[in-house]
Design a protein around this ligand. Structure first.
Ligand SMILES: Nc1ncnc2c1ncn2[C@@H]1O[C@H](COP(=O)(O)OP(=O)(O)OP(=O)(O)O)[C@@H](O)[C@H]1O
Ligand SMILES: [Mg+2]
Length: 281
């Protein structure tokens, strides 16, 4: 369904993707993990032709995305739902209009059909009561859910999610995870999910991939990744500061050496006592 081969991309003089290879099978949910700035969003943007490869191939539905003309690209994007990292709602449209936008662009359904479908997907994310509100009138988590409703409105065969649960409370996150699982199990939708939420990753993933230094460092079924002997994978899953994914010595504030305290008291206690003393003065 999705085949990325030897993808290279340099942005602002920095090599972001450096020979990335990735395959996503039909009906599968693939979770992409990776440190901030490693190119997860950049990878997703190649799938819908918002970025073009410097080198390499990005094939979706068997088509080379960079070879599509404008009309084909519009058609291509219609078949792919995309939840952008920031929701990407239009501030001058209310939620129902924002969600209906992909359907209005195609123009092959009546106004009433479009409205009914917009309300249907808004109710999936529990926003139907808020459909007349504008993005500025709702919370960040609600904007995220509205973005999700818009990604699903045209019944796409592929859905890309860029951090679907970030900024959501744990109950809303679980609802989103359940929705993603339902879409896989009941509709057989192919899904690519970028997330930093480990609970969500293991809840929804068929396979998990770790992106590092412009390439896939590890990929496999979720349970295999959980038990992976790769230190980079374990560092990421456990959120450890030191390890192969960290730049050395970049995460510490250099404390000036603490002078020995008079009377042999441990330095930290001495400092506290001093602070207390000065407060009492
Ligand atoms: N349009 C652009 N122009 C220039 N540089 C860009 C552009 N888009 C992304 N980048 C750079 O590419 C790198 C990867 O960005 P990307 O947004 O893919 O990171 P990410 O893995 O999604 O991170 P995060 O987890 O923080 O969302 C970053 O250094 C970013 O500054
Ligand atoms: Mg991102």
């Amino acid at each position: 369904m999705i085949e990325i081969e030897d993808l290279h991309k340099t942005l602002s003089g920095r090599k972001v993707l450096d020979g990335l290879c990735l395959r996503v099978d039909e009906g599968e949910t693939l979770v992409i993990l990776g440190r901030s700035g490693t190119g997860k969003s950049v990878t997703l943007r190649h799938l819908v032709g918002l970025l073009r490869p410097d080198r390499g191939s990005v094939r979706v539905f068997g088509r080379e995305v960079s070879a599509l003309n404008d009309r084909e690209l519009r058609e291509h994007r219609r078949q792919i739902g995309y939840l952008f990292q920031d929701g990407a709602l239009l501030n001058w449209l209310d939620l129902a209009e924002n969600v209906a936008l992909p359907l209005l662009e195609t123009g092959d359904q009546s106004r009433a059909e479009i409205e009914a479908r917009a309300i249907e997907v808004l109710s999936l994310v529990e926003l139907e009561e808020h459909r007349k509100k504008f993005p500025s009138q709702i919370s960040g988590g609600m904007r995220k859910r509205a973005g999700l409703a818009r990604a699903l409105v045209s019944r796409p065969q592929i859905v890309l999610y860029d951090e679907p649960t970030s900024g959501l409370d744990p109950i809303s996150s679980s609802q989103i995870n359940r929705l993603i699982n339902d879409l896989r199990q009941r509709r057989g939708i192919t899904q690519v999910v970028v997330t930093h939420d480990m609970g969500s990753a293991f809840d929804i993933a068929d396979r998990i991939a770790l992106l590092h230094e412009g390439k896939i460092r590890a990929i496999g079924p979720a349970e295999e990744i959980r038990r992976s002997p790769d230190r980079a994978v374990q560092q990421f899953l456990r959120g450890e500061i030191d390890g192969p994914l960290s730049a050395e010595g970049r995460h510490r504030i250099d404390d000036p050496p603490t002078p020995p305290a008079p009377g042999g008291a441990p330095p930290r206690e001495a400092a506290t006592a001093e602070a207390k003393g000065s407060e009492e003065k």
